[in-house]
Design a protein around this ligand. Structure first.
Ligand SMILES: [Fe+2]
Length: 241
């Protein structure tokens, strides 16, 4: 199950419909009806314990992410042209979308893209990156320790809700950035190597107001193999969300 799911993520969201039937039973929200589909978690909800608890994962994936998908499908019923666009295209062409739904698309397509990325890069055992990703982090972000320090500081400093990202350009260059709400680097045509969700729904059950503790702990569940695949895909121009 993991292999097709991973390929679908790397290829882009429309392909995820092919694996929708494999969605775990814990995702309690009703199945989406439309062109947008909730991707299944590629691991059990408790795979990130003790750093991220299973209940948070279930609610975050099955309720919060599902809500973005449901809203997108509702929008697509009235605006059928949405079904023909990939999520990255949809986000990079927001200005070409009907003005009346532009904000809703920004929030919900952004949320769909961000969370679809997010699930794929967790479920690992942390540690340190290796190979080309490690070399790029050293070259562009001052090394792994500095990257984590800067990333965590950006996450703590993001007022309210939002995300912290490391983006990867086609030439392999990495950059650190933070975005409010569900904004995505895809809106600027960029590609995300990895990112962390600093909305309270991502951590409040276990960490309450201790966002810094959550940011520190999150590195323990990063799956660097998936991140390495994303880096290769970003450089090849084949990375979807
Ligand atoms: Fe979230």
């Amino acid at each position: 199950m993991i292999q097709p799911s991973r390929r679908a993520i790397l290829a882009g969201l429309p392909a995820l419909a092919a694996v929708a039937m494999a969605r775990p039973a814990f995702a309690q929200a009703p199945a989406a009806t439309g062109p947008f589909t909730l991707p299944p978690l590629p691991y059990a909800a408790n795979a990130n314990e003790p750093h991220i608890d299973a209940q948070t994962m279930e609610l975050h994936h099955g309720r919060h992410h599902q809500a973005f998908v449901t809203t997108l499908n509702n929008l697509a019923r009235e605006h059928t042209q949405l079904a023909s666009l990939s999520v990255p295209d949809l986000l990079s062409k927001l200005n070409e979308m009907p003005e009346g739904i532009r904000t809703a698309l920004r929030n919900n397509a952004g949320g769909h893209a961000n969370h679809s990325m997010f699930w794929t890069i967790m479920g690992g055992r942390g540690g340190a990156p290796t190979g080309e990703v490690a070399e790029a982090i050293t070259r562009d972000l001052g090394g792994f320790d500095k990257m984590k320090t800067d990333f965590n500081a950006a996450g703590v400093g993001r007022f309210g809700s939002g995300w912290v990202f490391v983006t990867a350009a086609r030439d392999g260059k990495l950059s650190l950035s933070t975005r409010p709400n569900q904004d995505s680097p895809l809106m600027d045509g960029q590609r995300v190597l990895l990112g962390n969700d600093v909305w309270e729904h991502a951590y409040y059950l276990k960490y309450q107001n201790r966002r810094p503790d959550y940011l520190n702990a999150w590195w323990n569940v990063v799956n660097w193999e998936r991140v390495a695949e994303r880096y290769a895909a970003a450089k090849a121009g084949t990375l979807g969300v």
